[in-house]
Design a protein around this ligand. Structure first.
Ligand SMILES: [Zn+2]
Length: 76
């Protein structure tokens, strides 16, 4: 099993409410977390959620078309 990438995938599968903070690029389908994500998500029990999301994913912003910086560059 591949390490790293799948861990993050499994994590958001286990906690689907975190998906709203995950940005997936329409071009390369790279996933990253929304840099606007707060330090703590929701109730006390989820306090570690943001920590793990940041651990498993890189910050990723998407442009208005849903493309990451890399893909947006290539499209120009
Ligand atoms: Zn991309």
């Amino acid at each position: 099993m591949q390490h790293g990438k799948n861990e993050g995938e499994e994590y958001i599968q286990a906690f689907p409410h975190l998906k709203k903070w995950i940005n997936e690029c329409n071009g390369c389908h790279t996933k990253g977390y929304d840099p606007a994500m707060p330090e703590h998500i929701g109730e006390t029990e989820w306090n570690l959620a943001a920590y793990y999301v940041k651990k498993y994913f890189k910050p990723q912003t998407l442009d208005e078309n849903g493309f990451c910086e890399q893909c947006a560059k290539h499209r120009k």
